[in-house]
Design a protein around this ligand. Structure first.
Ligand SMILES: C[S@@+](CC[C@H](N)C(=O)[O-])C[C@H]1O[C@@H](n2cnc3c(N)ncnc32)[C@H](O)[C@@H]1O
Ligand SMILES: *[C@@H]1O[C@H](CO)[C@@H](O)[C@H](O)[C@H]1NC(C)=O
Ligand SMILES: *[C@@H]1O[C@H](CO)[C@@H](O)[C@H](O)[C@H]1NC(C)=O
Length: 197
């Protein structure tokens, strides 16, 4: 992960941090409880083979994701939320934005950034495997995945979400659904889909 970024933001706000120290403990404890409710134990072992590395979105990707989300509102989930950058950018656009992330360090880092930037009311970070995370509550989904996982992820989306849900895929498209819009090119390409069933 980007340790330099972590150092910068924590040193800048060291006073804020010590001030919020206690409430942070309560917040993360509270969130952990939420996670155990949401995270149901039906992880298929096959899914564990897919390696989805931590590669943060570029500024171009963030801009293109924001373009794709324009005109939409409601609940958003970033699948594999990393340091939370997509969640925070969606929260600034007015979404109630959540992230699901396997890496505990990145989840705690995102929660600290949320506290420091006063975004903890509109954001939530779940320490959870994406394959056991229920997508049903969300009408907007952002995924920056890897090629090998997209067929299974597409199946999961179609099984779980409501009609009309917006899916924004960065870098790798969904294999079968027809995009409503393709924004950008190369590694910054973003595909926008609307679930219709
Ligand atoms: C390509 S990065 C994208 C990070 C962030 N969404 C962004 O755009 O900056 C993918 C993230 O997914 C996380 N991840 C990998 N496997 C996962 C899984 N099974 N469940 C949840 N998150 C996972 C990784 O730790 C990594 O942070
Ligand atoms: C799903 O939503 C689309 C619009 O996004 C609509 O045209 C279609 O009729 C809906 N399908 C069902 C089964 O409700
Ligand atoms: C998306 O990103 C690309 C970089 O590949 C950039 O050139 C383009 O202007 C972006 N598209 C939009 C609509 O912002």
């Amino acid at each position: 992960m980007d340790l330099k970024l972590l150092e910068n933001s924590t040193s800048k706000s060291s006073t804020t941090l010590s001030y919020v120290g206690k409430s942070l403990i309560y917040t993360t404890g509270g969130l952990a409880l939420g996670v155990s409710v949401v995270c149901l134990p039906f992880i298929s072992p096959a899914f564990r083979k897919i390696c989805l590395p931590y590669v943060p979105a570029t500024t171009e990707q963030l801009i293109n994701v924001s373009k794709a989300l324009k005109g939409h509102t409601g609940k958003l989930i970033d699948i594999g939320s990393g340091d939370g950058r997509i969640v925070f950018s969606a929260s600034r656009l007015g979404f109630k934005a959540d992230g699901v992330e396997l890496n505990r360090v990145l989840v705690y880092y995102s929660r600290i950034v949320a506290l420091i930037n006063n975004q903890y009311k509109n954001t939530r970070f779940y320490k959870c495997n994406l394959w056991s995370f229920d997508l049903k509550p969300y009408n907007n989904i952002v995924i920056f995945g890897v090629d090998q996982m997209m067929p299974d992820f597409e199946k999961k989306v179609i099984q779980e979400v409501d009609n009309g849900t917006v899916v924004v895929a960065c870098r790798f498209p969904l294999p079968n659904m027809v995009p409503k819009e393709i924004i950008g090119q190369g590694v910054d390409t973003v595909w926008k889909y609307v679930v219709n069933r």
